[in-house]
Ligand binder design. Structure first.
Ligand SMILES: Nc1nc2c(ncn2[C@@H]2O[C@H](COP(=O)(O)OP(=O)(O)O)[C@@H](O)[C@H]2O)c(=O)[nH]1
Ligand SMILES: [Mg+2]
Ligand SMILES: [Zn+2]
Length: 286
């Protein structure tokens, strides 16, 4: 049988079966010697001596370290239109970090009820949409059905500063989610030797991690050339003169040409230039 790990406590794994049931399983000894099963792992398991035992971890498409989770399909960048102030540079940095991990960014803009129809936020929204990113606008004056649709059949991690409205959004999507995550925080009493367990919660027809990701904007171990290759906006730019063009100062750069022609977002390109200076920073003593 195959299923998906949604919760791990010590050697006790909660598997979401293909039928949508939750069962408890243990990991076989041989498995624990290899790479540790993560929340998000697809596994093969069977019934052995009256209990479910995980036999095999199926190949991962990716994994994150913080939170520890495998096979992440998408990261929702939750940003508010106002309070905290909307930062296009922050959004782009998150888009870059997420895309670098081969995870799809989805931008959710909250508090749209607080801005006027001709607010500057709409310029940014149009810019993301023109670049091919999915943007979902939410607010107290509209429903969250588009968010629910976007979660369908996927493993999603949320990201976004505190105060942008992540908890509000989750509560609106699923009352049970709020109750379940509150239970967790209550059981995390101070002074107890408890580690934070990441868990996947079924929300609508998708799975969502209860721990936000991408909280560190550390680009020091990000390779600039690899990053340039993962940014949607640059993908159809065509051939640059140099194969290893980072689209910064190189001559005959197809990306720069398309930025000049208005075919690649200048906002994204400028944010890329700012970000690329933070990449590949090696320690001096290395
Ligand atoms: N007007 C308005 N306020 C919102 C919206 N979403 C969240 N808020 C408010 O923003 C504040 C922070 O929200 P919260 O969900 O706690 O943010 P979190 O820190 O990201 O979890 C709260 O006072 C919410 O009521 C929204 O769409 N519209
Ligand atoms: Mg919160
Ligand atoms: Zn180039």
């Amino acid at each position: 049988m195959t299923g998906l790990i949604i919760k791990i406590i010590s050697n006790q794994y909660t598997i979401l079966t293909e039928e949508g049931q939750e069962v408890l399983a243990v990991a076989m000894g041989k498995l624990r010697l290899g790479s540790k099963p993560l929340v998000g792992d697809k596994v093969e398991y069977e019934l052995l001596d009256g209990r479910y035992a995980i036999q095999k971890i199926l190949p991962r498409k990716n994994y994150l370290v913080r939170p520890a989770i495998a096979n992440v399909d998408q990261a929702m960048i939750v940003m508010s239109a106002v309070q905290p102030v909307f930062s296009p540079l922050l959004v782009d940095k998150l888009i870059f970090l997420i895309s670098y991990r081969d995870i799809e960014p989805v931008i959710v803009i909250t508090k749209m009820d607080l801005v006027s129809p001709n607010d500057r936020i709409n310029t940014y929204i149009n810019d993301y949409v023109e670049s091919g990113y999915q943007v979902i606008a939410v607010g107290h004056d509209r429903d969250v059905e588009d968010v629910r649709d976007a979660l369908k059949g996927k493993i999603t991690v949320l990201t976004g500063q505190s105060g942008v409205g992540k908890s509000t959004l989750l509560n609106r999507l699923d009352k049970d989610f709020a109750a379940a995550t509150q239970e967790i925080s209550k059981s995390m009493g101070r002074g107890k030797h408890t580690t934070r367990h990441t868990q996947l919660f079924p929300v609508g027809e998708g799975l969502i991690a209860d721990t936000p990701g991408f909280s560190s904007l550390d680009f020091s171990r990000i390779d600039a050339l690899t990053l340039a290759g993962k940014i949607h906006d640059f993908r159809n730019a065509g051939e640059c003169r140099f194969k290893d063009c980072k689209h910064v100062n190189e001559p005959d750069c197809a990306v720069k040409k398309k930025v000049e022609l208005g075919e690649i977002s200048r906002i994204r390109y400028n944010n890329y230039l700012e970000t690329v200076t933070l990449c590949n920073k090696k320690e001096d003593w290395e």
